[in-house]
Design a protein around this ligand. Structure first.
Ligand code: FES
Length: 146
């Protein structure tokens, strides 16, 4: 049911933890399953210098956050904002359909953190156009693109 990559990132997640003096923090949750994902960023010259995450959630959410942090490490903010949940799932060699929403959490956590960064530094990013910060009422199960 789960790919080897999912199992690998679930049992040995990369970039777990917290950045104390983070430049940006994003947190998202899924009210249906109750899972919560928090991401911390160090940003320099609009580039992701470091990113760590804490996920209180299912194995697919942990694997998705681990893979997402690897995919955006060292990338520009614009590149990080362009990372879709589909790309995260593909990098994991796929997720079961019922677990695709877990990868949405990773995409949303990145957006939420960069939104925080933009707010703190009075910046605007193309990838945040029309973005609304999470209110906690979202249902990511409905946001999944098949
Ligand atoms: Fe909801 Fe995985 S079951 S994030």
């Amino acid at each position: 049911m789960y790919s080897e990559k999912v199992m690998d990132h679930f049992t040995n997640p990369r970039n777990v933890g917290e950045i104390k003096d983070a430049d940006a923090v994003g947190q998202v949750g899924n009210p249906k399953c109750g899972d919560i994902m928090k991401m911390y960023f160090k940003i320099e010259n609009d580039t992701v210098k470091d990113v760590k995450f804490k996920t209180f959630g299912c194995g697919s959410a942990i694997a998705s956050s681990s893979m997402a942090t690897e995919l955006i490490m060292g990338k520009t903010i614009d590149e990080a904002l362009a990372l879709s949940n589909k790309a995260v799932a593909e990098a994991l060699d796929g997720l079961p359909a019922a677990k695709m929403h877990c990868s949405v959490l990773a995409e949303e956590a990145i957006k939420s953190a960069i939104y925080d960064y933009a707010q703190r530094n009075n910046k605007e990013y193309e990838g945040l156009k029309g973005y609304k910060p999470p209110t906690g009422d979202e249902d990511h199960h409905d946001l999944v693109e098949e």
